[in-house]
Design a protein around this ligand. Structure first.
Ligand SMILES: Cc1cc2nc3c(=O)[nH]c(=O)nc-3n(C[C@H](O)[C@H](O)[C@H](O)COP(=O)(O)O)c2cc1C
Length: 323
């Protein structure tokens, strides 16, 4: 399947694995890229720029296909070493960056000078248009369904994607709630040039996380995610667990007085305990409603091949059959 995204990124299939904290290690990115999609290493999961450089080198050893690096610009006061992370991307020969969070404008000149394509992930049409205006090459449009940070507008993809298609000139991929061939074909029908998946890729054989995490996704239904940190305007969709229920209770009790420090135990530094140790009640971790559509743990190649095979069947048999 050829789309503007496969052509731009030099990949076989229009499927991207979004950056995921403490999931997007070299093993994950290489497995997706080797399957013909675009794997992405999560920059900030690496404690330093030097560590990111090593992770990129490891990924280069595991695949000769293109892969990307996610750089998330967090809404916090003390910035991580962004110049160092960006330099590690450039020095490592990585040609694709997924940015997310705050506006990536200040990093575009140096990335572009070094031939790096920038896909900005955003949750609204106005942010997508801004990304286009400042010179991003593509956007990833993340609907309200998504695991992670859906923004504060709460627009699901059935509305957001056609709106993005109407407004954007640059290519975009659909993100949030994507799991299978139906997701891909629907995204293409709504004007996207491919899709980005997060939660679905965690439930794969190669995802370098504890089996308990994969099991939790398989067991979850579409009813099992919660939105946290809405009062702080930093909404995150997470899988419910005892820590999340405790956090929501605090949000309810404190109302408008809620401060980040009130919920720090449930959110700060919990990812390694969940993703590596499999302590599923250690805190809040991002997970999409799409968990309700996930009931197996294939390899990345099996998953991607199945999506592409079934997408073709859907188009040729089901859709053309209506004509
Ligand atoms: C466990 C997890 C961690 C994530 N961490 C990040 C991150 O660090 N940076 C980022 O830009 N997006 C992050 N995301 C969002 C994904 O890249 C992607 O946009 C999202 O998962 C898409 O929704 P889906 O889960 O319904 O497929 C994360 C998602 C999950 C599930």
């Amino acid at each position: 399947m050829k789309t503007r995204i496969t052509e731009m990124l030099g990949i076989e299939h229009p499927i991207i694995q979004g950056g995921m904290h403490h999931v997007g290690f070299a093993e994950m990115a290489a497995a997706v890229s080797n399957a013909g999609g675009l794997g992405i290493i999560t920059g900030l999961t690496q404690p330093s720029a030097k560590d990111l450089a090593k992770e990129i080198a490891r990924c280069n050893d595991m695949t000769d296909k293109p892969f990307g690096v996610n750089i998330t610009f967090l809404p916090i006061l003390k910035d991580p070493d962004y110049p160092g992370y960006v330099q590690a991307v450039i020095d490592g020969g990585v040609k694709i960056v997924e940015t997310a969070g705050n506006n990536p404008q200040q990093w575009l000149p140096i990335l572009k000078e070094n031939g790096v394509r920038v896909i900005h992930k955003c949750t609204s049409v106005r942010h997508a248009l801004k990304a286009q205006k400042i010179g991003c090459d593509a956007v990833s449009v993340d609907g309200f369904e998504c695991g992670g940070h859906p923004g504060e507008d709460d627009i699901p993809n059935m509305i957001l994607l056609p709106r993005a298609a109407d407004m954007l000139d640059i290519p975009f991929v659909a993100s949030g709630g994507m799991a299978d061939a139906r997701s891909l074909v629907a995204s293409l029908a709504m004007g996207a040039d491919g899709m980005n998946m997060g939660t679905r890729f965690i439930a794969t054989k190669e995802a370098p996380v504890h089996d308990n995490v994969k099991k939790a996704i398989l067991e979850a239904s579409e009813l099992d995610t919660r939105l946290i940190m809405r009062p702080l305007r930093n909404t995150e969709r997470v899988l419910t667990n005892t820590a999340v229920e405790r956090l929501l209770e605090k949000e309810k009790n404190l109302g408008a007085d809620l401060q980040f420090t009130d919920i720090i135990d449930e959110v700060a530094g919990v990812y390694p305990r969940i993703m590596s140790e499999g302590d599923m009640d250690a805190g809040a971790w991002s997970c999409g409603m799409v968990a309700g559509l996930i009931d197996d743990i294939p390899t990345c190649a099996e998953l991607v091949d199945r999506i592409m095979r079934e997408a073709e069947q859907l188009i040729r048999e089901r859709l053309e059959g209506f004509l």
